[in-house]
Design a protein around this ligand. Structure first.
Ligand SMILES: [Zn+2]
Ligand SMILES: [Zn+2]
Length: 141
């Protein structure tokens, strides 16, 4: 049985530590966990169809948690690690918005955390919106 800590973000289980029952237990633990966004399961033991279904659930819960964390980031104007975002002009290109994945060009104004290399474009986080005022349209209830 898995006990999933409420605050961890990443689960990493390697060779043959987890089989069918393990994957299913992890999937059900993740149903109520809201912080894990990455699960790495390397070289799994042979899984049944049920095991593969559970893997899909795990992936779905990871994506759900990531989406929730991003919406919280937008609401609070913080990166996923809780640093305050600052409105800056990008000094170079090659960045993309961490929420919508849109590419950002040099000189574009974005909300940025330098520590984490985290960017939000002004479509995702409008410049004049007061902190806490944005109600995301695509958030799950
Ligand atoms: Zn964006
Ligand atoms: Zn940060």
């Amino acid at each position: 049985m898995f006990r999933v800590n409420k605050t961890i973000e990443k689960v990493n289980l390697s060779y043959n530590q987890i089989g069918d029952e393990g994957v299913k237990a992890l999937a059900s633990a993740m149903e109520i966990n809201e912080t894990i966004t990455v699960v790495q399961l390397d070289k799994l033991a042979m899984l049944s169809d049920e095991g593969h279904e559970a893997l899909k659930d795990i992936e779905r819960f990871c994506n759900r948690n990531k989406a929730r964390m991003l919406e919280a980031a937008v609401r609070n104007r913080q990166c996923l690690c809780g640093h305050d975002l600052r409105l800056e002009e990008l000094p170079n290109g090659g960045h993309s918005c961490d929420r919508c994945d849109g590419s950002l060009s040099q000189g574009e104004r974005v909300y940025r955390c330098w520590t984490c290399d985290f960017d939000l474009c002004l479509d995702c986080l409008p410049e004049d919106a007061p902190v806490g005022s944005i109600v995301p349209t695509n958030a799950e209830p």
